[in-house]
Design a protein around this ligand. Structure first.
Ligand SMILES: *Cc1c(COP(=O)(O)O)cnc(C)c1O
Length: 352
């Protein structure tokens, strides 16, 4: 069913078409084209980080990052309960064990609960900036320093938040703040990690390209066509973030006094406008009838069949998953759209 007000829609109003046309006219459609490097350096520069390694998705970015840090069987990776499953899968793909840490009231990893999960096998902490809310990175970096751990930030939902970890991994899926349809990128200040990730991404070909491969690697490459779109998106990122800030403000203003609705803490950049609601499923059905799409929160990792742990009903993350959801949030959402959506929510709760 197509909604008049979808939760997400890509914003392709810059030079996307002209860059893609250029790529086609020049015959550069694979990962070997010049737009890939241009995107990598533009996005790294935007973030104040030295190196960018573009790849095929956020999931493959996370996998490349952990693999470049040497994560493998026997290692433990600290991962938030409240995240998208790809964060945990990246560790599992490599034979490592994800160890889950519950979330705090901002949905992000609860920093006060990290230490109790650290063992001699712990290698990496993977904070996720959920819905665009930055984790307490000062505290996380300090813990990492004290226990000699590496930090891989899952920045899939937080383009515009400045990375400080060893590697930051962005998704460029169509519903993210900026997109290339499918795609991802790793940012790091460490030239050796950047080189490792680029090497692993491209099947570990050696310099002579003589088909001797010394490592089990991947084809996680981004195409020049994707990079053409991504580059045009980076050029608009400041503007996109400013527009989204306005969207956040208007939802806050329209919803804050409704009995039955609980607003969430402010976001550093807006990916999705998250909130909590009494009678959530009734409300969602009412909104769906008004052609407004909504989506529920992530389910805790300990509730996933692959990671099932009987502690899940006691988690903070479970409590949020029960009444949390998000509203249509995309750069093209107009003031008029928001007035309609807010009006429907007010109508549901009988708020004037
Ligand atoms: C979207 C997302 C991913 C995965 O990105 P893909 O590009 O879809 O592979 C990983 N982590 C988080 C937190 C995400 O929101």
């Amino acid at each position: 069913m197509a909604f008049t007000y979808p939760v997400s829609q890509p914003w392709l109003k810059g030079r996307e078409l002209s860059y893609v046309t250029e790529a086609i006219n020049d015959g550069w459609i694979s990962s070997q084209g010049p737009k890939v490097k241009e995107f990598e350096s533009e996005f790294a520069r935007y973030n104040g980080v030295a190196h960018g390694v573009a790849c095929s998705s956020g999931t493959t970015a996370l996998t490349l990052a952990l693999r470049a840090l040497g994560v493998g069987p026997g290692d433990e990776v600290l991962i938030p309960e409240f995240t998208m499953i790809a964060t945990a899968w990246a560790a599992t793909y490599l034979g490592a064990t994800p160890v889950f840490v519950d979330c705090g009231d901002d949905l992000n990893i609860d920093v006060s609960r990290i230490e109790e999960k650290i063992t001699p096998r712990t290698k990496v902490i993977m904070p996720v900036h959920i819905y665009g809310r930055r984790c307490d990175m000062d505290a996380i970096m300090e813990l990492a320093h004290d226990y000699n751990l590496r930090v891989v930030e899952d920045t899939a939902e937080a383009h515009g938040v400045r990375p400080v970890g060893d590697i930051a991994c962005f998704s460029l899926f169509a519903n993210k703040i900026i997109t290339s349809g499918e795609g991802g990128i790793c940012l790091t200040n460490d030239p050796r990690l950047a080189e490792q990730m680029a090497h692993l991404r491209g099947m570990a070909f050696n310099k002579e390209h003589n088909f001797l491969h010394k490592k089990l690697a991947y084809n996680f490459r981004m195409t020049n066509l994707q990079a053409a779109v991504a580059l045009a998106q980076v050029e608009q990122l400041d503007e996109i973030l400013a527009t989204r800030r306005e969207i956040e403000k208007r939802y806050d203003e329209g919803l804050r006094d409704i009995e039955g609705i609980t607003l969430m803490p402010p976001r550093d950049v807006l990916w999705m406008y998250d909130l909590r609601a009494e009678r959530r499923e009734e409300l969602r059905a009412f909104l769906a009838d008004a052609s407004i799409e909504t989506r529920v929160f992530f389910k805790p990792m300990s509730m996933q069949p692959g990671y099932l742990d009987p502690v899940w009903p006691t988690l903070n993350a479970t409590r949020f998953a029960e009444d949390g959801f998000y509203l249509p949030t995309h750069t093209g959402l107009t003031e008029e759209d928001q007035t309609y959506i807010v009006g429907k929510i007010r109508e549901f709760y009988g708020a004037r």
